[in-house]
Design a protein around this ligand. Structure first.
Ligand code: SF4
Ligand code: SF4
Length: 298
């Protein structure tokens, strides 16, 4: 179950990349900017601004799940059975499904079309999500196919997964992008929905098993940008012998998506971090001998 295949991506590892987004994540980070990647099931996305008010969606819905005013108001997600008839009928493409089932072979053939760009740029395929390790058979088969075709593979994980699944894909994976958000277990539970115990255990084991891990730190003002948390991340990463981390400053681009899939956004209104705060975080992490990449996207 995927929700996107993004070509020419420049922020998910080295070179030009194709990023495959698998649907479903066990965490519920308050700041998640891909909320359509959280549920393991297909969902409806409603683009209210595109609606021209023709009423076709409500007419075709046999479950009375669509409420219409001058334009589409809402979809009753409890009534909706995801038949997708409304999306098929909508002349304005204002309704679309998030999530589609594809086989690992189908995704491989899509991604392999860009091999010439990977070869020229030192890029490859990044498998992200959601949490890619929650579809382990698919992930393993896709990586195996990509490696057989000589394509470099990165796995972007939040680390909350079975160690046996990580261990299975580790020998085939060229680069791990491993999220580290909060070192305090209580705050982790509050802001991501899960304790960080399993994440840290997996990171510790992976650091012993794999030579190429880049830590990814989302920088969320007021939640994980304090000195204590950053120092604790820096110390932990240094002690594992890892050398590289990237900082991903919070941005608002995902906020509008929550309404489109019928969810509420939990994070109170916060501003994106100012350059001084980003540089402070970078300086703090560099104290621990880490090379820090500042991400402009993602
Ligand atoms: S997907 Fe089907 S059931 Fe759901 S709102 Fe659209 S037409 Fe109705
Ligand atoms: S079919 Fe599309 S354009 Fe027409 S009312 Fe429904 S959402 Fe709006």
């Amino acid at each position: 179950m995927l929700f996107n295949i993004q070509r020419y991506s420049l922020h998910d590892g080295p070179g030009i990349r194709t990023t495959v987004f698998l649907k479903g994540c066990p965490l519920k980070c308050w700041w998640c900017h891909n909320p359509e990647g959280i549920s393991f099931k297909q969902e409806l996305i409603v683009h209210h601004k595109k609606c021209i008010g023709c009423g076709s969606c409500a007419q075709v819905c046999a479950y009375n799940a669509i409420s219409l005013g001058r334009s589409i108001n809402s979809v009753d997600r409890k009534r909706c059975v995801l038949c997708l008839k409304c999306a098929e009928e909508c002349p304005a493409a204002a309704i679309e499904p998030a999530g589609a089932r594809m086989t690992a072979e189908q995704v491989f053939h899509e991604a392999a079309k860009d091999k010439v760009f990977f070869d020229q740029s030192g890029g490859g395929v990044t498998i992200s999500g959601g949490e890619p390790l929650f579809q382990p058979e698919f992930l393993y088969t896709l990586i195996l196919n990509l490696k057989k075709a000589g394509i470099s593979v990165a796995v972007d994980t939040a680390g909350y997964a079975r160690w046996s699944d990580l261990a299975l894909v580790s020998p085939l994976t060229d680069l791990f992008l491993f999220d580290l958000k909060l070192m305090d277990g209580r705050l982790s539970r509050k802001y991501t929905g899960r304790s960080n115990k399993l994440v840290l255990e997996n990171l510790n084991k992976l650091a012993r098993a794999h030579g190429n891990i880049q830590i990814r730190i989302p920088l969320i003002p007021g939640i994980n940008d304090d000195q204590d948390n950053l120092e604790s991340i820096g110390r932990h990463v240094r002690d594992l012998g890892l050398k590289q981390a990237s900082i991903h400053p919070y941005h608002h681009t995902g906020v509008a998506k929550y309404e489109k899939i019928g969810c509420s956004y939990k994070l109170p209104q916060i501003e994106a971090p100012v350059p001084e705060a980003i540089n402070r975080a970078k300086d703090c992490l560099e104290q621990y001998g880490l090379t820090i990449i500042l991400s402009e996207g993602d």
